[in-house]
Design a protein around this ligand. Structure first.
Ligand SMILES: C[S@@+](CC[C@H](N)C(=O)[O-])C[C@H]1O[C@@H](n2cnc3c(N)ncnc32)[C@H](O)[C@@H]1O
Length: 217
């Protein structure tokens, strides 16, 4: 019998992300506080831009884009994920938060395969756990959270590579990318990026670990 308890947030059925209620009934990745930390930083920039067009890629529950739509008045945000159940989950979260349909599209996509527009901001929390390090992930997470939301291939960088090599094409002039990653991956990510973007910055999270990057087109 499986005696590893279901995570509390799945039992409760929802979680607050940046003060926004996020339903978890389809069991997407449970939103993390590290993600909340960098999205708060992105939000300041988004608020400073006129009619910002955003893309929340690898959106899962939709927590990132829903919080942005809720906290800004004139923004638009598209959501991309490859899993049907999470596309449903995003819809539920947009509806319970009262977001008007004119402000978003939900796209079934394999990274950028079905993305057709260009954006001022692309926000991405891809799956980035390395298969070789799955043993270090907490057992309740491994047992109950979706592996499609966690695993990024042998070194954890499969989705990150595919994302970083393409993201620039989907940015408008002065467009910005924010992406979450694991500290261990910083060196390899620097190598992948080379000189593809005009400006690259790496930032630490609230626990003093490198956790997100910001790229300018
Ligand atoms: C780490 S979760 C992020 C969820 C949410 N954005 C968050 O921050 O809590 C990654 C998401 O990427 C999706 N995903 C995995 N592979 C994908 C792919 N090739 N293309 C698009 N989405 C993918 C998974 O279904 C999952 O919902």
């Amino acid at each position: 019998m499986d005696n590893i308890d279901l995570p509390e947030d799945y039992k409760v059925g929802f979680k607050y992300f940046m003060g926004t209620k996020i339903d978890l009934s389809k069991k997407p990745l449970i939103p993390r506080e590290e993600t909340e930390y960098w999205v708060s930083s992105a939000l300041k920039e988004i608020k400073a831009r006129k009619n910002p067009r955003c893309l929340d890629l690898f959106s899962g529950s939709g927590c990132i884009g829903v919080a942005i739509l809720k906290k800004t008045e004139e923004s638009f945000c598209d959501f991309g994920d490859k899993e049907n159940s999470f596309l449903e989950q995003i819809k539920i979260n947009l509806e319970i938060n009262g977001i008007l349909k004119e402000r978003y599209d939900i796209v079934k996509t394999d990274i950028f395969s079905n993305i057709k527009k260009k954006y001022d901001f692309i926000l991405a929390n891809p799956p980035y756990v390395a298969l070789s390090r799955i043993g270090e992930v907490r057992e309740d997470v491994r047992r109950h959270e979706p592996s499609v939301a966690l695993l990024g291939g042998e070194d954890g960088l499969d989705l990150i590579r595919g994302f970083l090599l393409k993201a620039r094409e989907f940015l408008k002039e002065k467009g910005v990318v924010f992406m979450e990653f694991d500290e261990e991956q910083k060196k390899e990510i620097e190598r992948i990026l080379e000189k593809n973007y005009s400006k690259t910055d790496f930032f630490k999270d609230q626990f003093n670990k490198y956790r997100f990057l910001r790229l300018e087109k």
